[in-house]
Design a protein around this ligand. Structure first.
Ligand code: BGC
Length: 721
């Protein structure tokens, strides 16, 4: 396809249509009644809407083909539509929420899961997914932490790149490859007070040092598209933020893909108070570097006036349109506008055994064993098991943003346990509801009785999938009074109880940690959640997930993260409440969280020995090898995530007390030990220095290697001048 010629032949309206993304309903056959409303809200006619070049929100291959037919017939040059969708953690077969995937520390697994969902999405007609989400998250009050892989720039960047590889394959050449769109650029994960869409205020230093590297890793991995965030950064909405979109993204990083706004974000700039009206908003977004507008039509409506007034240029419009047409071309849409959409393949691939096996493994590896006094794993010989709690038989465990995933596809914990122990007697009751503020436990006495009669209790608590995700911030992070009452009474009745949590964010579990013999978080585990939970609880699988986000001791600690700065007045012991003194403390809480980043237990114990560095000092350009021996002292095969952190002792700006630089997931048989070798390069030691450069400064560095951000062995080396 001669894209440049096509561009030259197009009218201005057609061009503007190509950079406008609308809901697919406008293209539904015989559906005029339903679209008049949405069109008038956008101040466009239904005919205008039919010129749009890409759509979101459609359902499957059949729908896609019908929409594509209507679109191509109406478009004067018969240009095919680009179909986009939020394929976040699976299309129809759902794997754990990204925060859970962060806890796998497993790039290969993330890539495999992204590949699987690309395949399922491609046969349903998806060309682009609005994923991965690379917002660094350090405040569990924010509902969208579930969409991120966590609080660490390095981990997020490595997993983000794995998502991109999984979706896009080898340059979009494969039949099942789809384009990825990294979002939400930038720092959407740091809204003030954890409230969604709220302003972000941070220094350029913090932005560049901690918040931007994740997005950058995806740009370096060749991500096709990028979405600016809703929020303001330093007072300027990302959609019109020249520092972010023009200076950093386009000029410093050299990104040449499509920048698509978030949903209605152009028009929201009027509410932010930085655009006078829709026309002004379009000018500001285009001049900052946006190419495509999602779910509003300000460019379409006002570009001609803006061009006439000289506020935007034809070159800007042409560049944006060209980017869109080129992506369509690279996806092969001009040759085959349906691309991989195929109802038969949908039937064959969606929820196929191979995909179910993969998502079950992902759910097992994402789960984190937070506490275990030794009750787990339960014996498979148990005769009477009680599965209690609002999530015992709940199918709504796939998580927010599960695209075409359905609750009815999900395996509950109850079903998982029954399938694994066909001969056991398995009793159940929800006890109470999972409503946020529930205080009553209607079936309390029955729940206690079942607990008393059982050999073991699986107590399924947490938050419902719609209690996290977009728009769902929380000011308190505890379980409801009803769930806590149920927990107290059930655990009191039977000490052989394990709590299984379903949660989309770190919760405050301080009381539960005191009373529960074991706590296993499954996050929102997806389609195979119940089977994965059962296998973990009864030892067919060995927990190996490690937290990619800190669990606070109390809500008031948020935001809280392991790689914080030291203060000039640190407390002596951050693990206990410091009674008095002019030090950096809370009067009513310890400084440390309940569960640290990197924490996660196994049914084995692993010991770390012989931390050795290849040298005491290195010169710029040289590498350092860090070796450690890890031994599995348990009786089962298991995986351990070995973590390497550094601390730069003295630098021109204060450096975090620890920073993750590398990790390795190793599998060890019972009694086996292995040497793990990491390489530290000068690149790993670089940071944004006081004079604004990105460089490593000579001096002393500490190295920590261990099973979490809080434990392990320590060594030192110097970087020479
Ligand atoms: C969200 C984006 C999403 C978009 C399209 C917005 O509300 O912020 O993450 O991709 O909707 O569904």
């Amino acid at each position: 396809m001669d894209i440049k010629k096509l561009l030259n032949d197009m009218t201005l309206e057609e061009k503007l249509g190509q950079i406008t993304q609308l809901n697919a309903i406008f293209f539904k056959k015989d559906n005029t009644a339903d679209i008049t409303g949405p069109a008038s809200k956008l101040h466009i006619t239904e005919q205008d809407a039919l010129l749009s070049g890409s759509v979101l929100n459609f359902i499957g291959a059949k729908d896609m083909k019908e929409i594509q037919d209507v679109a191509m017939e109406k478009q004067p040059h018969h240009i095919p539509l680009l179909f986009m969708q939020d394929v976040i953690h699976g299309y129809r077969t759902i794997y754990p929420i990204p925060l859970g995937m962060g806890c796998t520390f497993d790039e290969e697994l993330v890539e495999d899961c992204a590949r699987m969902s690309a395949k399922e999405a491609a046969v349903s007609g998806v060309h682009v997914t609005f994923s991965p989400m690379l917002d660094l998250v350090r405040d569990a009050r924010w509902g969208r932490v579930m969409e991120s892989t966590g609080e660490d720039p390095r981990l997020n960047g490595r997993l983000g790149a794995a998502f991109v590889r999984g979706y896009q394959g080898d340059d979009l050449k494969g039949k099942y490859d789809i384009a990825a769109c990294v979002k939400h650029f930038a720092a959407y994960g740091a809204p003030e007070a954890g409230r969604d869409y709220n302003a972000v205020e941070m220094s350029e230093h913090a932005l560049r040092e901690y918040y931007l590297p994740g997005y950058k890793a995806c740009v370096d991995a060749g991500v096709e598209m990028l979405m600016p965030s809703f929020n303001t950064v330093g007072g300027v909405p990302s959609t019109a933020n020249k520092l972010l979109l023009d200076k950093i993204l386009r000029r410093e990083w050299g990104f040449d893909g499509i920048v698509i706004s978030d949903y209605n974000a152009y028009r929201e700039m009027v509410r932010h108070g930085v655009a006078e009206d829709d026309k002004d908003a379009a000018a500001k977004a285009i001049n900052a570097g946006c190419d495509m507008e999602m779910m509003s039509a300000t460019t379409y409506l006002y570009a001609k006036e803006l061009l006439d007034e000289g506020r935007i240029t034809m070159e800007q419009i042409d560049t944006a349109v060209l980017r869109v047409l080129e992506l369509k071309d690279r996806l092969g849409l001009f040759d085959n506008p349906y691309r991989a959409a195929d109802e038969k393949e949908e039937a064959a691939l969606h929820l196929c055994p191979e995909h179910r096996t993969l998502v079950r493994r992902a759910a097992e590896e994402a789960a984190v064993l937070l506490k275990n006094d030794g009750v787990l794993p339960f014996s498979k010989k148990l005769r009477k098991v009680a599965v209690i709690g609002p999530f015992a038989a709940e199918k709504g465990i796939k998580g927010f943003w599960a695209c075409a995933g359905r609750d009815e596809d999900c395996v509950t914990v109850l079903a998982g346990v029954r399938a694994l122990l066909p001969d056991a007697e398995v009793a159940t009751t929800p006890g109470c509801s999972f409503e946020l503020g529930a205080t009553e436990v209607p079936d309390l006495e029955n729940a206690v009785e079942l607990a008393c009669e059982a050999d073991a209790v699986i107590l399924c608590l947490g938050e419902y999938q719609k209690m996290t995700g977009e728009g769902n911030s929380r000011a308190t992070l505890t379980l409801s009074p009803a769930q806590m009452e149920l927990a107290r009474r059930v655990i009191d009745a039977n000490k052989n109880t394990a709590v299984v949590l379903f949660n989309g964010r770190p919760l405050v579990l301080t009381e539960l940690d005191k009373i529960a013999p074991a706590i296993l978080t499954m996050w929102q585990p997806g389609t195979e959640g119940g089977n994965a939970a059962a296998r973990l609880l009864f030892g067919d699988a060995n927990p190996c997930g490690k937290l990619s986000m800190t669990f606070p001791w109390t809500d008031g600690q948020c935001p809280i993260y392991y790689s914080h700065m030291n203060t000039g007045r640190p407390v002596k012991n951050p693990k206990v409440i410091t009674e008095n003194g002019y030090c950096s403390r809370y009067m009513d809480a310890p400084v440390d969280p309940l569960y640290v980043f990197g924490h996660g237990l196994s049914y084995n114990t692993y010991t770390y020995d012989n931390l050795t560095l290849s040298a005491d000092s290195i010169r710029p350009g040289e590498q350092l090898e860090v070796a450690v021996t890890v031994k599995n002292n348990g009786e089962r095969t298991g995986k351990e995530i070995v973590q390497l952190y550094i601390r730069d002792r003295v630098a021109s700006v204060a450096r975090p007390v620890k920073e993750l630089k590398d990790f390795a997931k190793i599998e060890l048989e019972a009694g086996e030990s292995a040497a793990v070798i990491f390489t530290i390069t000068e690149e790993d030691l670089k940071f944004h220095t006081a004079d604004g450069s990105f460089a490593a400064e000579p001096g002393l560095f500490e190295v920590f290697v261990g099973p979490s951000s809080d434990e392990g062995l320590k060594a030192e080396f110097r970087l020479e001048k």
